[in-house]
Unconditional design. Structure first.
Length: 385
């Protein structure tokens, strides 16, 4: 039996690793330890509760106003103590966060093999997204097994000199998580009623546009251009916009500066028609899946949503200059949307006003997997480690 340490710190990591952790704990070939760095403590709780996961270790590094260096130092010190005191055969990390890179680095220091889930994504610009592009490239230098979601990701790794024998194309574990949540929601009428009541302020006669933007490289003028386009878009009679606002002050300052009186915060007293742009606090993952399924289309700079939304038949407009998920653009599930008001508005209205374009995007096959990634990863780990 191999002992594996699974490390995560942010909500996206927890979502994508949750089905892997559940599957690994049921697999007699592995003994599983789970470590949360505590970077997104409050945002992690609903995910861990839904999937019934209790971390064996919590590094508790969350502090107000902490820098990337503070996060890195906290993760480094906490993981050092774990690896010194427990026999760990393999470290499993996911994606491109600081906890992913630092987890890989400390495993390297202890000469412990690293498994990289969602390996091989590349934007081609080390500063975009920042610091994620660096984190995933650096993790790629260390990892022993690279689980790539697509053939494009595999090709990126081959170009960097990673041996073909160390790369495995499995699809993305985020699709495993999404399909599991969607299945549970469909089978639970009481939870459907709960979320319908929670979001009863939404007007069923309007097309819902769900918006999430938070990337550091978009802070300032680029994000404000997106906000200006949303204000213009909200003048249409046939749509309404819901924007869960990221906790980062830079995001909220831009929303306050640009949208101001054009939007309203969701409160218990609001009702349909009170606003065309709704602000709310970040939404937990399971109700967010409900919102994605209800949306007409989604505007986002989130990598996870680019992967997940096509499985629900929802077109995605990617509010970034470039994406490390070009497969979605090629497959036709997503479009890059310029961070400039008039160009942004043009693309969004094209989707709204051209049924043939909308239909083609909504029916395109999701290139990121079929929900079997976790099983494939565990079988490959058992065979090759």
């Amino acid at each position: 039996m191999k002992s594996i340490l699974v490390i995560f710190g942010t909500r996206p990591e927890a979502i994508k690793l949750a089905p892997f952790i559940i599957s690994a704990k049921k697999d007699a070939r592995f003994k599983v330890y789970v470590c949360s760095t505590g970077q997104h403590r409050e945002m992690l709780k609903p995910i861990l509760n839904f999937f019934d996961i209790s971390p064996d270790f919590d590094l508790d590094i969350m502090k107000p106003g902490q820098s990337l260096a503070d996060i890195s130092l906290g993760v480094l010190g906490g993981l050092e103590n774990i690896l010194k005191n427990y026999k760990i055969d393999t470290v499993v990390v996911q994606g491109d966060t600081s906890s992913c890179f630092i987890g890989s680095l400390i495993a390297f220091y202890h000469k412990i093999p690293v498994v990289h889930v969602e390996a091989g994504l590349r934007s081609g610009d080390i500063y975009s997204p920042f610091p994620e592009e660096f984190n995933r490239r650096a993790t790629g230098l260390i990892a022993k097994m690279h689980f790539a979601p697509t053939e494009v990701s595999r090709g990126n790794l081959l170009k960097e000199g990673i041996p073909s024998s160390d790369i495995f194309v499995t699809g993305n574990t985020g699709i495993d998580a999404l399909l599991e949540v969607h299945k549970k929601l469909k089978g639970d009428p009481s939870q459907q009623r709960e979320y319908a009541e929670q979001f009863s302020f939404l007007d069923a006669s309007k097309k819902l546009i769900l918006v999430t933007i938070h990337r550091r490289e978009s802070f300032g003028p680029p994000m404000e251009e997106v906000m200006k386009a949303l204000v213009a878009l909200s003048q249409r009679a046939d749509i309404e916009i819901l924007m869960p606002l990221h906790l980062n002050p830079a995001v909220r300052e831009s929303a306050q500066k640009i949208i101001r009186n054009h939007g309203a915060w969701v409160t218990k007293s609001v009702k349909p028609g009170d606003s065309k742009i709704w602000f709310c606090e970040p939404v937990d993952y399971v109700p967010f899946v409900y919102l994605m399924n209800r949306a007409h289309f989604i505007i986002t700079d989130s990598g996870g949503i680019q992967e997940e939304a096509p499985s629900l038949g929802k077109p995605v407009l990617v509010a970034r200059e470039k994406t490390e998920r070009p497969e979605a653009i090629t497959a036709g599930t997503s479009k890059l949307i310029p961070l400039e008001k008039s160009a942004f508005l043009k693309v969004a209205e094209e989707i709204l006003d051209t049924p043939a374009i909308y239909k083609k995007m909504s029916e395109a096959k999701n290139p990121f997997g079929d929900g079997t990634a976790c099983r494939q990863i565990l079988d490959s780990m058992a065979k090759h480690l």
